[in-house]
Design a protein around this ligand. Structure first.
Ligand code: 5GP
Length: 189
Protein backbone atom coordinates (compact mmCIF):
# COMPACT_ATOMS: atom_id res chain seq x y z
CA UNK A 1 0.00 0.00 0.00
CA UNK A 2 1.23 3.51 -0.80
CA UNK A 3 2.40 5.58 2.15
CA UNK A 4 0.51 8.52 3.65
CA UNK A 5 1.43 12.18 3.61
CA UNK A 6 2.08 14.30 6.68
CA UNK A 7 2.17 18.01 5.94
CA UNK A 8 3.72 20.25 8.59
CA UNK A 9 3.60 24.03 8.40
CA UNK A 10 4.53 26.74 10.85
CA UNK A 11 5.73 30.31 10.78
CA UNK A 12 9.53 30.45 10.54
CA UNK A 13 11.10 30.13 14.02
CA UNK A 14 8.31 28.04 15.59
CA UNK A 15 10.53 25.01 16.05
CA UNK A 16 9.06 23.09 13.14
CA UNK A 17 12.40 21.67 11.90
CA UNK A 18 13.43 20.81 15.47
CA UNK A 19 10.17 18.94 16.04
CA UNK A 20 10.33 17.07 12.71
CA UNK A 21 14.00 16.17 13.26
CA UNK A 22 13.30 14.94 16.81
CA UNK A 23 10.60 12.61 15.47
CA UNK A 24 12.80 11.40 12.61
CA UNK A 25 15.69 10.73 15.02
CA UNK A 26 13.42 8.92 17.45
CA UNK A 27 12.71 6.66 14.47
CA UNK A 28 9.60 4.85 15.75
CA UNK A 29 7.29 6.38 13.14
CA UNK A 30 7.75 5.06 9.61
CA UNK A 31 8.19 8.39 7.81
CA UNK A 32 10.82 9.99 5.65
CA UNK A 33 11.49 13.65 4.97
CA UNK A 34 10.61 15.01 1.54
CA UNK A 35 13.51 17.18 0.43
CA UNK A 36 12.09 20.27 -1.26
CA UNK A 37 13.70 22.21 -4.07
CA UNK A 38 14.39 25.90 -3.48
CA UNK A 39 15.99 28.80 -5.30
CA UNK A 40 17.21 30.41 -2.06
CA UNK A 41 20.85 30.13 -0.97
CA UNK A 42 21.92 27.61 1.72
CA UNK A 43 21.91 28.95 5.33
CA UNK A 44 24.46 27.89 7.93
CA UNK A 45 25.16 24.17 7.79
CA UNK A 46 22.50 23.38 5.22
CA UNK A 47 23.53 20.84 2.58
CA UNK A 48 22.32 20.19 -0.95
CA UNK A 49 20.35 16.94 -1.10
CA UNK A 50 19.89 16.84 2.68
CA UNK A 51 17.92 19.94 3.70
CA UNK A 52 16.95 21.11 0.22
CA UNK A 53 17.86 20.67 -3.41
CA UNK A 54 19.37 24.12 -3.94
CA UNK A 55 18.67 25.28 -7.50
CA UNK A 56 19.21 28.53 -9.36
CA UNK A 57 16.03 30.42 -10.21
CA UNK A 58 16.58 29.40 -13.84
CA UNK A 59 16.87 25.69 -12.95
CA UNK A 60 13.76 26.02 -10.78
CA UNK A 61 11.76 27.58 -13.63
CA UNK A 62 12.94 24.85 -16.01
CA UNK A 63 11.60 22.19 -13.65
CA UNK A 64 8.28 24.06 -13.39
CA UNK A 65 7.99 23.99 -17.18
CA UNK A 66 8.75 20.25 -17.18
CA UNK A 67 5.86 19.80 -14.70
CA UNK A 68 8.13 18.19 -12.10
CA UNK A 69 6.41 19.71 -9.04
CA UNK A 70 3.38 18.51 -7.05
CA UNK A 71 3.22 22.13 -5.85
CA UNK A 72 5.49 25.14 -5.71
CA UNK A 73 5.24 28.64 -4.27
CA UNK A 74 7.18 31.86 -4.37
CA UNK A 75 7.18 31.89 -0.54
CA UNK A 76 9.30 35.05 -0.37
CA UNK A 77 9.82 37.48 -3.28
CA UNK A 78 12.21 35.86 -5.77
CA UNK A 79 12.60 32.72 -3.61
CA UNK A 80 10.83 29.63 -4.88
CA UNK A 81 10.15 26.44 -2.94
CA UNK A 82 8.54 23.30 -4.31
CA UNK A 83 7.75 19.65 -3.66
CA UNK A 84 9.09 17.41 -6.41
CA UNK A 85 6.80 14.63 -7.66
CA UNK A 86 9.88 12.38 -7.74
CA UNK A 87 10.41 12.85 -3.95
CA UNK A 88 6.83 11.89 -3.04
CA UNK A 89 6.86 8.93 -5.45
CA UNK A 90 10.25 7.69 -4.24
CA UNK A 91 9.08 7.55 -0.62
CA UNK A 92 5.38 6.64 -0.82
CA UNK A 93 5.95 4.22 -3.72
CA UNK A 94 7.97 2.04 -1.33
CA UNK A 95 5.05 2.12 1.14
CA UNK A 96 6.72 4.61 3.49
CA UNK A 97 4.98 7.70 4.85
CA UNK A 98 6.39 11.06 3.85
CA UNK A 99 6.65 14.27 5.87
CA UNK A 100 6.48 17.60 4.03
CA UNK A 101 7.71 20.83 5.61
CA UNK A 102 5.93 23.34 3.40
CA UNK A 103 4.27 26.75 3.55
CA UNK A 104 0.55 27.37 4.09
CA UNK A 105 -0.45 27.69 0.44
CA UNK A 106 1.53 24.61 -0.60
CA UNK A 107 0.00 22.72 2.34
CA UNK A 108 -3.55 23.56 1.27
CA UNK A 109 -2.76 22.47 -2.31
CA UNK A 110 -1.28 19.14 -1.21
CA UNK A 111 -4.22 18.53 1.16
CA UNK A 112 -6.64 19.20 -1.72
CA UNK A 113 -4.79 16.71 -3.96
CA UNK A 114 -4.37 13.89 -1.43
CA UNK A 115 -7.47 14.34 0.79
CA UNK A 116 -7.72 11.73 3.54
CA UNK A 117 -4.33 10.29 2.61
CA UNK A 118 -2.80 13.51 3.97
CA UNK A 119 -2.71 15.03 7.46
CA UNK A 120 -2.26 18.80 7.56
CA UNK A 121 -0.63 19.84 10.85
CA UNK A 122 0.06 23.44 11.89
CA UNK A 123 2.62 24.33 14.56
CA UNK A 124 1.74 27.57 16.32
CA UNK A 125 3.95 29.90 18.37
CA UNK A 126 2.65 30.87 21.85
CA UNK A 127 2.62 34.51 20.63
CA UNK A 128 4.06 36.75 17.92
CA UNK A 129 6.42 38.36 20.48
CA UNK A 130 7.83 34.97 21.49
CA UNK A 131 8.34 34.21 17.83
CA UNK A 132 10.24 37.47 17.25
CA UNK A 133 12.65 36.80 20.09
CA UNK A 134 13.24 33.23 18.88
CA UNK A 135 14.11 34.50 15.40
CA UNK A 136 16.47 37.12 16.86
CA UNK A 137 18.11 34.43 19.01
CA UNK A 138 18.70 32.26 15.96
CA UNK A 139 20.88 35.08 14.53
CA UNK A 140 21.07 33.59 11.03
CA UNK A 141 18.93 36.23 9.37
CA UNK A 142 19.35 39.99 8.85
CA UNK A 143 16.96 42.27 10.83
CA UNK A 144 14.89 43.12 7.74
CA UNK A 145 14.50 39.38 7.00
CA UNK A 146 13.30 38.85 10.59
CA UNK A 147 10.75 41.67 10.18
CA UNK A 148 9.52 40.07 6.95
CA UNK A 149 9.16 36.69 8.70
CA UNK A 150 7.25 38.21 11.64
CA UNK A 151 4.85 39.95 9.24
CA UNK A 152 4.43 36.73 7.32
CA UNK A 153 3.79 34.78 10.56
CA UNK A 154 0.63 36.76 11.31
CA UNK A 155 -0.64 35.99 7.83
CA UNK A 156 0.22 32.29 8.16
CA UNK A 157 -1.46 31.92 11.56
CA UNK A 158 -4.68 32.96 9.81
CA UNK A 159 -4.55 29.64 7.91
CA UNK A 160 -4.40 27.49 11.07
CA UNK A 161 -8.18 26.80 11.23
CA UNK A 162 -7.98 25.20 7.79
CA UNK A 163 -5.52 22.56 8.99
CA UNK A 164 -6.61 19.16 10.32
CA UNK A 165 -4.85 19.80 13.62
CA UNK A 166 -2.82 22.47 15.45
CA UNK A 167 -0.01 22.00 17.99
CA UNK A 168 1.22 24.96 20.08
CA UNK A 169 4.97 25.00 20.61
CA UNK A 170 5.28 26.64 24.01
CA UNK A 171 7.34 23.92 25.66
CA UNK A 172 9.41 21.99 23.08
CA UNK A 173 9.21 18.54 24.73
CA UNK A 174 5.43 18.83 25.04
CA UNK A 175 5.12 19.96 21.42
CA UNK A 176 7.23 16.98 20.26
CA UNK A 177 5.07 14.58 22.30
CA UNK A 178 1.83 16.17 20.99
CA UNK A 179 3.04 16.00 17.39
CA UNK A 180 4.12 12.38 17.86
CA UNK A 181 0.66 11.45 19.19
CA UNK A 182 -1.24 13.27 16.42
CA UNK A 183 0.83 11.63 13.65
CA UNK A 184 0.64 8.16 15.22
CA UNK A 185 -3.17 8.48 15.52
CA UNK A 186 -3.45 9.53 11.88
CA UNK A 187 -1.26 6.67 10.63
CA UNK A 188 -3.16 4.07 12.66
CA UNK A 189 -6.49 4.89 10.96
P1 5GP B 1 13.13 28.38 4.97
O1 5GP B 1 13.69 29.34 3.98
O2 5GP B 1 13.05 28.93 6.35
O3 5GP B 1 13.84 27.03 4.92
O4 5GP B 1 11.64 28.04 4.55
C1 5GP B 1 10.75 29.06 4.30
C2 5GP B 1 9.37 28.50 4.08
O5 5GP B 1 9.29 27.71 2.90
C3 5GP B 1 8.89 27.60 5.22
O6 5GP B 1 7.58 28.01 5.57
C4 5GP B 1 8.86 26.24 4.58
O7 5GP B 1 7.88 25.42 5.17
C5 5GP B 1 8.52 26.58 3.15
N1 5GP B 1 8.83 25.50 2.22
C6 5GP B 1 9.91 24.68 2.25
N2 5GP B 1 9.83 23.78 1.25
C7 5GP B 1 8.67 24.04 0.59
C8 5GP B 1 8.01 23.43 -0.53
O8 5GP B 1 8.46 22.47 -1.12
N3 5GP B 1 6.83 23.99 -0.93
C9 5GP B 1 6.27 25.05 -0.30
N4 5GP B 1 5.11 25.49 -0.77
N5 5GP B 1 6.86 25.63 0.76
C10 5GP B 1 8.04 25.14 1.20
Amino acid sequence: MAGKIIIVSAPSGCGKSTIINALLERGDIDMQFSISATSRKPRGEEKHGVHYYFLTEEEFRERISRDEFVEYEEVYAGRFYGTLKSEIDRITGDGHNVVLDIDVKGAMNVKRIYGDMALALFIMPPSIETLRSRLEGRATDAPEVIEERVRKASYEIGFAPRYDVTVVNDDLATAIADTHRVITDFLSK
